[in-house]
Ligand binder design. Structure first.
Ligand code: NZQ
Ligand code: ZN
Length: 390
């Protein structure tokens, strides 16, 4: 049966030169702002200065939590939460990509929790009250700017875990495609692979998880990424390409396309274990894993949906038998990730060997016997998929 609740309250302010409104948007939540950012790209490209100007005009006071790492660490979350408590912060301003926004979500939740911030991703404590978040997105990829999820890593335990709560959706997100002009070719490629994967994880579902209208929209979104990502890589200041990627990133994971998805995200669960141990770029890991997963689960029951993907997304000949068309679709996906986007195609190339395959496969099941995606996988089967990635 088709039934769901749809509520996406994030206010989106899309387009260039909108940061003049930032101070007013922040002031709606109070006077004291914690600005969270990463390794310094926002200071080099002038975004920080524009944000400061607008906060000054609105008479706000701000504190800084910089240095948030890609695959943000719980230590950054804890430091930010401690600062919020000490200074009585009213609202968090996250300026950056998914790592910065996710870290801000961790801080927003931990700011009202008296224990260790790691208790929240490990479910030792429930997420309660959260600080409001305003974001300025600088990299089109994760969709964190419009979703209720944050992904936090712990180096000591080699875990990468999700926090999720409706209160963690940013209240306001500024989406200015020109702010992504400075994103490197590699991060543009990885981000585009991540967007593709978000759509695919919700596309490859059965029965109640599927809906004709949503499937056609998802195919349109995938075609958008396939069309515009190579353009953005070749021509980084192409506004049309950057704008299309940015808006697709938000809608790929904000709950709209996944409203009916009834299973776990297989490739994400596997990739999170890769980046938990090896700290690799998320989208790169997804690009390596996804085609191998598709080949592994391809059988008579999955072939029809994979053929639909091949025909509708990559224009594969619809008259081919299901499995043949499905395989051609997988080849097209590999060509997109590894030739058009230029991403490395194996784990070996990025320095990952056989040493942790069993550990990662077990952890990908997240405490259960199996990983319950489109096709249920045992740890031994996940090892087979990872071996195919080497
Ligand atoms: O740290 P700075 O200096 O800002 O540099 C970053 C970083 O080195 C750089 N960058 C960002 N914007 C830039 C820029 N460089 C130049 N110009 C700009 N405008 O790009 C590098 C990567 O940034 P990061 O934020 O790590 O990338 P991404 O947005 O791909 O985020 C990845 C993280 O998000 C998680 C991933 O697992 C990973 O930890 N995810 C979050 C999700 C969510 N919240 O829903 C879902 C995803 O599936 C994913 O798991
Ligand atoms: Zn992702």
């Amino acid at each position: 049966m088709i039934e769901f609740t749809h509520q996406i309250p994030t206010k989106i302010i899309f387009g260039p030169d909108k940061l003049g409104q930032l101070g007013t948007e922040l002031a709606a939540f109070g006077k004291k702002v914690l600005v969270v950012y990463g390794g310094g790209s926002i200071k080099r490209n002038g975004i920080f200065d524009k944000a400061v100007e607008s906060m000054q005009e609105a008479g706000l006071t701000w504190f800084e939590q910089g240095g948030v790492e890609p695959n943000p660490k719980v230590t950054s979350v804890q430091a930010g939460a401690d600062l919020c408590k000490k200074e009585g912060i009213d609202v968090i301003l996250a300026i950056g990509g998914g790592s910065v926004i996710d870290c801000a979500k961790g801080i927003a939740a931990a700011a009202f929790y008296d224990g260790d911030a790691w208790d929240l991703p490990t479910h030792k404590a429930p997420i309660g009250r959260c600080l409001p978040i305003v974001s300025i997105l600088t990299l089109a990829a994760t969709g964190s700017e419009m979703d209720p999820v944050g992904v936090i890593s712990n180096k000591d335990t080699e875990q990468k875990l999700v926090i999720s709560n409706p209160a963690l959706r940013p209240a306001v997100s500024f989406l200015d495609p020109t702010l992504t002009y400075s994103v490197s070719a590699f991060q543009t490629a990885s981000g585009s692979a991540d967007i593709m994967s978000h759509i695919m994880e919700d596309y490859f579902v059965d029965g109640d998880g599927s809906m004709y209208m949503l499937d056609r929209i998802k195919e349109g979104m995938m075609k958008t990424v396939i069309h515009y990502a190579p353009i953005a890589i070749a021509d980084p200041t192409n506004y049309e390409a950057r704008a299309n990627l940015m808006w697709t990133s938000s809608w790929a994971i904000n709950g709209f396309t996944g409203a009916l998805c009834n299973c776990e995200w297989t490739n994400h669960m596997i990739e999170h274990e890769l980046s938990a141990i090896y700290d690799i770029t998320h989208g790169l890991g997804l690009a390596i894993v996804t085609p191998r997963w598709m080949r592994y689960v391809l059988d008579d029951t999955t072939a029809p949906k994979m053929k639909e993907f091949a025909v509708n997304v990559f224009g594969v000949d619809a008259s081919l038998p299901d499995k043949e068309a499905a395989l051609k679709g997988i080849e097209c996906l590999e060509d997109f990730f590894f030739n058009k986007l230029g991403l490395k195609s194996t784990l070996t190339e990025i320095g990952i060997g056989e040493e942790n395959l069993e550990v990662m496969a077990k952890k990908a099941c997240n405490g259960k016997e199996t990983l319950n995606g489109w096709r249920v996988l045992t740890p031994a089967q996940i090892v087979e998929i990872l071996k195919a990635c080497l």
